[in-house]
Ligand binder design. Structure first.
Ligand SMILES: NC(=O)c1ccc[n+]([C@@H]2O[C@H](COP(=O)([O-])OP(=O)(O)OC[C@H]3O[C@@H](n4cnc5c(N)ncnc54)[C@H](OP(=O)(O)O)[C@@H]3O)[C@@H](O)[C@H]2O)c1
Length: 354
């Protein structure tokens, strides 16, 4: 594997390829990494049609659009034929919807993960990265709980690999994506555009981790290069105060605290103290090693130390309120200027000034 350009000449399948992450990943893969082919796997034909119609890179000769549901293993088996790398981004992800429709979240996020693991093993895919969220660390809502189950399925999937030692399964866990579909940023921007006199915020003390889509995509691509199989990679990303976000989007506008909603935490956790005991630090990230190492080929704490992982201090936690990296109002404003209403980066036109 070419660790600098791990997608070079590879056939890559992205479950959830029409989503916020999927689109940004596919654009970067095709413009910067020269893969052999990219397959979009998702359910809704309209989203696929609109993506192709949007033209440019999404109508590239190397893209295939494949309709399918991760709940349907037969369809995944068909789609994974001759695929080298899989990014598993398909998920249901709205916290309140999970509480009201728990069985749907179990079917997509847990059964879907099982099917992706099984199909990847049966088809001999080389590497699979599944996306996870900070809400999966010590979860308090059903969405987070289903993503924790998914993480565990991918980590333990490494115990069932064949003689060739493939696939390798790893997980990438990150925090809120700045501006992603259905998130607070597009909602507040719409309210401000509609002339809102105040912004409702849950709790003025609230903090969150933030990552941009391009950063999340680059991080996933880098991990295809270094993954051993079984580790959960957590990027080092900044935190921000929800009040600062409101100020960045609507300077001077009054905020109205409405209280934390069911299933929300005041501060998000990425690595809890118990996971930190078997985690290691790298320059750009942390890696949680699997506790039970069920295969010789699987990442272990010692193997991760062997590739430069540094031991974490006793009692370490990676939490949004005690984070050492912060985004202030000016920093947030700068980042938001480059993000469209759909969370995708706004293309910079050569010679243009903003
Ligand atoms: N956005 C965030 O803030 C954030 C933060 C941390 C982690 N994550 C994780 O990142 C991943 C991608 O999130 P995103 O923001 O890109 O989500 P998104 O924009 O909502 O996209 C979800 C994608 O999954 C597809 N999908 C949903 N159910 C499916 C199913 N049963 N079978 C096949 N495809 C299905 C959707 O297309 P169809 O509806 O057409 O099937 C869509 O392409 C998720 O795993 C999420 O948990 C997101």
């Amino acid at each position: 594997m070419n660790t600098t350009f791990p997608l070079q000449d590879k056939t890559i399948l992205v479950t959830g390829g029409t989503g916020s992450f999927g689109k940004c990943f596919i654009k970067k893969a095709l413009t910067e990494h020269n893969p052999r082919k990219v397959i979009v796997f998702s359910r809704d034909e309209l989203k696929q049609w609109e993506m192709r119609q949007s033209g440019g890179v999404f109508d590239h000769e190397k893209i295939r659009y494949f309709l399918g549901d991760v709940r349907d293993k037969e369809r995944l088996l068909r789609a994974f034929r001759d695929v080298d790398l899989v990014v598993h981004a398909a998920a249901l992800k709205q916290v309140p919807a999970a509480e009201y429709n728990p069985t749907e979240f179990v079917k997509t996020n847990i059964h879907g993960a099982m099917n992706v693991v099984d199909a990847a093993i049966e088809r001999g895919v080389e590497k699979v990265i599944a996306l996870s969220t900070d809400k999966a660390a010590n979860p308090i809502n059903l969405y987070g709980a289903t993503k924790l189950c998914s993480d565990k399925l991918f980590v333990s999937g490494n115990a069932y690999v064949g003689q060739r030692g493939v696939p390798k399964f790893s997980v990438v866990r990150y925090g809120n994506v700045l501006g992603s579909r259905g998130s607070i940023v597009p909602r507040w921007r719409e309210m401000v555009a509609a002339g809102a006199k105040e912004l409702s915020i849950t709790d003025p003390r609230m903090t969150r981790f933030w990552i941009t889509l391009p950063h999340a995509v680059d991080f996933v691509i880098a991990n295809f290069g270094r993954m051993l199989g079984g580790e959960i990679y957590v990027p080092k990303i900044p935190s921000m105060k929800i009040l600062d976000l409101a100020e960045a989007i609507a300077p001077g506008l009054k905020t109205n605290p409405i209280g934390i909603r069911p299933g929300e935490k005041l501060h998000e956790l990425m690595i809890g103290e118990d996971d930190a005991r078997h985690s290691l630090e790298f320059d750009d990230c942390y890696a949680i090693a699997p506790e039970a190492v069920a295969s010789r080929r699987m990442a272990s704490y010692d193997r991760l130390r062997g590739i430069g992982g540094r031991v974490l201090p006793d009692g370490f936690t990676y939490m949004s309120d005690t984070n050492t990296q912060w985004l202030d109002v000016a920093g947030l404003r700068g980042l938001l200027a480059g993000i469209g209403m759909d969370g995708q980066p706004i293309p910079v036109v050569a010679g243009a000034t903003r």
